[in-house]
Design a protein around this ligand. Sequence first.
Ligand SMILES: Nc1nc2c(ncn2[C@@H]2O[C@H](COP(=O)(O)OP(=O)(O)OP(=O)(O)O)[C@@H](O)[C@H]2O)c(=O)[nH]1
Ligand SMILES: [Mg+2]
Length: 312
Amino acid sequence: MSLFNLFKRPEKTKEAVKRSKQGWFSNVLGVFSRSNIDEALWNDLEELLISADTGMPTTTKLMNSLRERAKQEKIKDGIGLKAALKREMAKVLKSGAPGLTPAPQGPTAILVVGVNGVGKTTSIAKLAEYFRSQGQKVVLAAGDTFRAAAIEQLQAWGKRTGSDVIAHQHGSDPGAVVFDAMNAAKSRGADVLIIDTAGRLHTKFNLMEELKKIRRVIQKVDPTAPHATLLVIDATTGQNGLTQARTFKDAADISGIFLTKLDGTAKGGIVLSIIQELGLPIMFIGTGEKMDDIAPFDADDFLDSLFDEEEG
Ligand SMILES: Nc1nc2c(ncn2[C@@H]2O[C@H](COP(=O)(O)OP(=O)(O)OP(=O)(O)O)[C@@H](O)[C@H]2O)c(=O)[nH]1
Ligand SMILES: [Mg+2]
């Protein structure tokens, strides 16, 4: 069975986008209800995109392509413009390279990285549950040996999701944990190994070096691993999240983003700027605090949720 049948979850996406829809996007739709297209409309639209963390470069790109399209297609009213914006946004959202490639053989190792508090451990639990519900055997590696109680937190999630957890003691070498976990996942016939990592060490430099070391250890056991490195970004941190992502992208060979707490922000434009400015796909979104609050990111579900004019 393939791990990469990522089942769409449009209802979860809709829940996660609710705040953005009610706050930000109802204003965007309001702009399109105007009878004619003038400079004021363009300005308001631009402002609304920027205010929702879409970011300057992405907003400029969207505005330019929208104006161009409006001209070519002789769009005369807001309704036409609205449809055109949806298509332009889809282009941005679908430009990210595709994400998860399974291991050619043996467990698929997924390394999860990100700064502290963004939701790494919770997202790992969600992934474990998501894969388990598809019949996959999951092993978790407690690679965050730095923060107090991080190991216990992962072990608790392991119990709840029926996943084995490989852990050493607090303060021990994360490389050694990961080495054991890689071997355990293999010998136990696991389909997926998900590796938790620390979000904070004594310095940021240490953190990036630590991640490089973990990669080298992983590759000692399986030269094709890690099969994915997910960077966790907290959607509520806006443009800060993008700055973090650039640091990780330089050091950690990121294959995609797990965007958490999308349910907690009304500034859903962050989704566009992540994909456009980082050139990385968003693989999963966090849609709430519960174990089941996860969806594979789907551009059409996301846009349908935003543009949908019915109640909710
Ligand atoms: N609303 C909401 N909350 C989330 C989501 N994902 C994580 N959280 C919350 O974010 C907080 C931090 O989550 P953790 O998983 O402990 O974060 P972490 O990155 O592992 O943190 P450190 O281990 O300290 O580096 C918790 O209160 C989670 O419940 C989400 O998608 N939506
Ligand atoms: Mg954690």
